[in-house]
Write a protein that binds this ligand. Structure first.
Ligand code: FAD
Length: 285
């Protein structure tokens, strides 16, 4: 089922993000995680796209497993910064052949020391969205940033760019992870005021260890509420307590978002079934 069709029968969706393997040898263990996660019956599962584009075949393979063998709605991520236009067309053809009808269309980032293959490229995600819209067949998602995209100098400007992207054909948005719901609510007010009315799914990444949260902060610059900073400090030498506090916080955050009418929760599962299981158990809707 397409994500827009799901939205017609359900007010609030719960979905999972997984990442594909980088090599054939890692495929089996990732397939196991994906099967475990699909058994929780999420509304859809999204599969990330490697930043350099070199492992795109695994994104399609995992998305196809989800859709065709696990009977779950699949959303394939696709980025255009490191994938030339002719390769994008090939990927759309392959996704369509595999009956994967939802794409999260993004610009992506160019990895350090990456040599771009020759060819023509889309510069921004909205151009990719326009192209996919013209191609037809797919429901199209886009990324958005409640705390502003790191390359943009103001949230207002970033939301202007978001409006252009949505008007180019986006059916729904998924946010970058965040830990302070008030930031999300204020973002939603601004987005709706700007005339962006598509459903917005909140991206939630449960904190499970210190290394992970340090990396997240350095990559996305997300702000941590005092409650989170406090448990990170308190349990810095106690990994089990820290994981429990991180999962409890995610559950609290999700329940608050659901109570306040969010269109959906997109859980960054990190391919860990126990993370999804624990969080789902705590959701009170
Ligand atoms: P865009 O919407 O193109 O925006 C990028 C920047 O350009 C922003 O600062 C924006 O304000 C600015 N901009 C946009 N339009 C214009 C314009 N017309 N003129 C001037 N400036 C403009 N990355 C991966 O490599 N693989 C993944 O699978 C992946 N999955 C993700 C999933 C989610 C839910 C999110 C939130 C991010 C994901 N990313 C992924 C990361 C994403 O690719 C990066 O954040 C990237 O830097 C921006 O992509 P975008 O599609 O948001 O870009």
């Amino acid at each position: 089922m397409r994500i827009t069709e799901k939205l017609m029968v359900k007010d609030q969706l719960v979905s999972f993000e997984v990442f594909p393997p980088k090599t054939d040898s890692a495929f089996d263990s990732i397939e196991w995680s994906v099967r475990e996660l699909a058994a929780f019956n999420p509304d859809f599962m999204s599969v990330t796209y490697g930043a350099g584009g070199g492992t795109s075949q695994y994104t399609t393979k995992i998305a196809s497993l989800i859709k065709n063998r696990l009977d779950t709605t699949a959303l394939a991520h696709l980025t255009c910064a490191s994938t030339p236009k002719d390769k994008i067309k090939e990927i759309l053809d392959t996704l369509k052949e595999n009956h994967i009808d939802n794409i999260l269309a993004m610009r992506g980032d160019i990895p350090q020391n990456f040599e771009k293959p020759d060819g023509e490229y889309y510069e921004y995600a909205y151009e990719l969205v326009k192209y996919i819209k013209e191609y037809g067949y797919f429901d199209i998602g886009g990324a958005c940033y409640p705390e502003c995209h790191p390359e943009c100098d103001s949230l207002d400007k970033d939301i202007d760019h978001l409006k252009l992207k949505v008007d180019s054909g986006v059916d729904f948005l998924i946010t970058q992870l965040f830990y302070d719901n008030d930031i999300f609510y204020s973002f939603m007010e601004k987005v709706r005021k700007k005339g962006i009315y598509v459903p917005v799914f909140a991206g939630i990444m449960p904190i499970t260890n210190i290394k992970q949260i340090d990396r997240i902060i350095s990559l996305s610059g997300t702000k941590l509420p005092c409650e989170v900073s406090e448990f990170l400090e308190k349990y810095k030498d106690s990994p089990e307590d820290l994981e429990k506090a991180g999962l409890d916080f995610a559950i609290k955050q999700i329940n608050d978002l659901l109570e306040n009418g969010v269109n959906g929760i997109h859980i960054y599962t990190m391919n860990k079934p126990y993370v999804a299981r624990t969080v789902l158990k705590g959701i009170t809707r």
